[in-house]
Structure formats: structure tokens, C-alpha cells
Design a protein around this ligand. Structure first.
Ligand code: CS2
Ligand code: MG
Length: 424
């Protein structure tokens, strides 16, 4: 039937019955739990009884996001149609007036991921299908090998290779430095936020630069060039020191050198690029596309490490990934233990879809954490696989979560040997 205005009436597969009814947001609450470490989770419930959950954990500053959600976001969510993800995203971003930043963008991320979870559940599909379907079956992940010294670290990398990992990040204690970044208890778990007040660590770049190239030479001579090797300089170097390190590591052909220098001044990476071809990854502390725009546009990095929880959710990270793909920059999402299984679940769906996928960080959560957050993603032979449960495939056991009350913990700080405050 033609109404003469060109709006042809198409026959619908469900004969007009719209399975996809308005989903009014009826309630939302924040769940704080500490099964091994602190996590903040937002649960949104709708009129059709369909609920969604999103991660809002900001390591060492958790309660700031709890307040942002409870005092400022949840009151404006109630009554809205959960299907309108984009409008709610814009409402929370533009409507905040005070844009960006780790607290605001984590609060927005929690709402966003919960809404994508709800929409996928309402349509009965796994999240990757909503994003455009799988571009790959399994996503390449890297694990964290670390040791108190060179030999311990080399052995730890060996254990990861035996466990089927194809990519391993290697972090080691540095001779002459008591507490180096990335060195923790045992192989699988490392939680930096380990004390109620920040642990003071001492850093020396000269000691680190003397030691680190030797570690990767040893790793390559021991395991060859097949395993992908990664390293996190954790924002500790000046641009020229980062250039020196990148150059010294070139023969070891790293998959990436991460956070070589703080990136507030994105142009700082020009100096590094001038001197080395070691691939560069950055972005875990970024919150919006603006933190990365110049780095990507000027081809100053190879991997963008922004995460779903850190950068306003799937809605915003999709934009970052699409922008990065124009410059052949690939994703390398942050996935440390302080990003909850909810973020890991959503990330594996995102990674299964995103065309310019590079690598996913996978720092295992503790058994207690996995129990509180049942999930259907699985690790097999160096790859992570998304499940097919409708939604992002992660849930929260609220009764169990209540057994683990919040424990105030802060991230360490770093000072140079002369006492100067430095980057942890
Ligand atoms: C690190 C993180 O995994 C990484 O790449 O940079 O472990 C980081 O130190 C923590 O997420 C901080 O909370
Ligand atoms: Mg890092």
C-alpha cells in the first residue's frame, strides 16, 4: 500500500508484534564488593524485568565514582527508555557540563555497558552481534609474567608459554631498586593498590635503562622470536629516555613498548618516533578520544590502549577504534585486574567485532572475583572466546558480593632517588 509520500509499509517478520518494547528504567543501584580487590558495579533494571550491569571501578578512587553515580546519575536515569543508548550517553556527557575525566567517564561507561547488555538481552543476541558480528572467533590476549630478577622473570615467561600464551608481558625487579612496577606475588595475580595509604617506591631511570635491554635479549635467546613479548614502562621515562630505550630494544622486536612517557603532551611522542621503530602503545589512563586524537592522527602510536570502562563505554570506544582504523592504529585494550570481569566480558565481545583489533590484555582475576562475577568468556590456547549468552555474558552474584565489604586501598607513588616526586 503506497501512501503517496514514499513511506512504503513493509511487512514485518513478527506480523506487527513488536518484541522490542520500550524498556523503561525502573531502578538502578551501585554494588561495591571486595572479593580479593575492590570493584564497583552498576545494575540497571527495566520495566520488562530485563537488567544490565556495567563496571565503574576506578582503582584507588572507587568511592568517588560511587557518589557520582548515586548522587548525580541514577536520579536522571529513572523513567528513561533504556533502548536509547546514544541519547543517554550524550545526555550524561554534554549534560554534565563538566566533561571528561576518569570519574565522569567511568560513571558514563557503567551506564553505557549496562544499557548495551540490556539491549542485547532484549533482542536475544550476544553483544558482538549487536556491534556488527564477529570479525574473528578468538581474540589474542597477553598475560603478565614478572619476577624479582632477570632469571625469575625468564622462568615466569616460560611458564606462560607452557600455559599456551602466545603473547607475554615481561616485568622484572631492577637491580638496586627495592620495589619495581609490575612485580607482584606469584605468577597470576598482582594488585598494585596494596595499602590503605600509598606505598612510597623509589625509581631510577639510569638503573632501569642499564638493565632492561639485557632482559629482553635473554628472553629472545631463550625462547626465540615466536612468542610476542611486551613491556610496560609505566610512564616512567622522559621522551628522550623513551627514545633511547625503544632503540635499545629494537633487536628484541617487541610487540609493543607501553606508556613509554606520560602522554598529556601528545607531541612528546614525536621525539620517540624520530629515534625508534619499536611499536608504541598508550592510552590506559585516557578517558576520551581527545586524549588520543593527535597521537593517532600523526601516526605517533601503533596501539591504542583505551578501555571500555576508562573511556565512557562501548559507545565512545567504538568511535575511538573507528578513528584509529583510519590511521591503521590497532586496539590494545587495557585489561588489568582492577578492570572487573564485567569489563573483560564486554571487551572480549568488542574485540571479537572490532576490525582493527591488535591485542587484549588479560590479567587473571582471583577465584573469589570470578565467583562473584559468573561469566561465559573463556581462555584457550592463548586466545579468549566470547560466549553466546545474550548480553555481554557476565553477571553479578549480589548475595556473595555482600560478603566482601569494601577495603580502602590506594595505588603506590614513586620518587626519584633524590626524593623528587615522579610517575608511578
Ligand atoms: C598496568 C596496570 O596493566 C597495565 O598495563 O599499567 O596494571 C595499572 O598499573 C593498573 O591498572 C593501575 O590501577
Ligand atoms: Mg600499563
Amino acid at each position: 500500500m503506497d501512501d503517496g509520500l514514499g513511506g512504503a509499509k513493509l511487512s514485518s517478520p513478527t506480523n506487527g508484534a513488536n518484541p522490542y518494547k520500550p524498556l523503561e528504567i525502573r531502578a538502578a543501584r551501585v554494588i561495591v564488593t571486595s572479593p580479593g580487590r575492590n570493584f564497583v558495579t552498576l545494575k540497571i533494571e527495566t520495566s520488562e524485568g530485563i537488567y544490565g550491569i556495567g563496571d565503574a571501578t576506578l582503582n584507588g578512587r572507587e568511592l568517588s565514582v560511587v557518589s557520582y553515580l548515586e548522587d548525580h546519575v541514577i536520579p536522571v536515569l529513572i523513567g528513561r527508555d533504556a533502548r536509547r543508548i546514544e541519547d543517554i550517553w550524550q545526555y550524561l556527557y554534554r549534560g554534565a557540563y563538566w566533561r571528561r575525566g576518569p570519574v565522569t567517564m567511568r560513571a558514563i561507561a557503567a551506564v553505557d555497558v549496562a544499557l548495551w547488555d540490556i539491549k542485547a538481552k532484549a533482542l536475544g543476541v550476544p553483544l558482538y552481534d549487536l556491534l556488527g558480528g564477529k570479525s574473528r572467533d578468538g581474540v589474542l590476549v597477553y598475560g603478565h609474567a614478572n619476577g624479582g630478577d632477570l632469571n625469575e622473570t625468564v622462568e615466569a615467561v616460560g611458564r606462560y608459554i607452557e600455559a599456551g600464551y602466545k603473547a607475554i608481558r615481561a616485568q622484572s625487579g631492577v637491580p638496586g631498586l627495592k620495589l619495581a612496577y609490575g612485580v607482584g606475588r606469584g605468577d597470576l595475580y598482582y594488585e598494585p593498590a596494596d595499602a590503605t595509604l600509598p606505598t612510597e617506591t623509589v625509581w631510577s631511570t639510569p638503573k632501569y635503562l642499564d638493565f632492561l635491554p639485557g632482559l629482553f635479549e635473554k628472553l629472545r635467546s631463550t625462547y626465540g622470536f615466536e612468542p610476542h613479548l611486551l613491556h610496560d614502562a609505566h610512564h616512567r621515562l622522559t621522551p628522550i629516555e623513551a627514545a633511547q630505550l625503544g632503540k635499545m630494544l629494537e633487536p628484541s622486536r617487541l610487540f609493543w613498548l607501553e606508556d613509554a612517557t606520560p602522554a598529556e603532551n601528545q607531541d612528546a611522542f614525536k621525539l620517540i618516533r624520530q629515534h625508534t621503530t619499536t611499536p608504541l602503545a598508550v592510552g590506559e589512563v585516557f578517558n576520551t578520544i581527545w586524549d588520543a586524537k593527535d597521537l593517532i592522527q600523526n601516526q605517533l602510536i601503533d596501539y591504542i590502549r583505551m578501555s571500555i570502562v576508562g573511556s565512557g563505554g562501548i559507545t565512545h570506544l567504538r568511535r575511538v577504534a573507528d578513528f584509529a582504523s583510519l590511521y591503521q592504529v590497532r586496539t590494545g585494550c587495557h585489561g588489568a585486574t582492577d578492570l572487573s570481569p564485567v569489563t573483560m566480558g564486554a571487551a572480549v565481545h568488542f574485540d571479537s567485532w572490532v576490525p582493527n583489533f591488535g591485542m587484549q590484555e588479560y590479567m587473571r582475576h582471583s577465584p573469589e572475583t570470578d565467583e562473584v562475577f559468573p561469566h561465559d568468556y573463556r581462555f584457550e590456547n592463548g586466545l579468549m572466546f566470547a560466549g553466546d549468552t545474550p548480553g555481554h555474558g557476565v553477571d553479578i552474584d549480589e548475595k556473595l558480593a555482600a560478603k566482601y565489604p569494601y577495603k580502602p586501598k590506594q595505588l603506590p607513588v614513586a620518587r626519584l632517588e633524590d626524593g623528587t616526586m615522579w610517575n608511578w
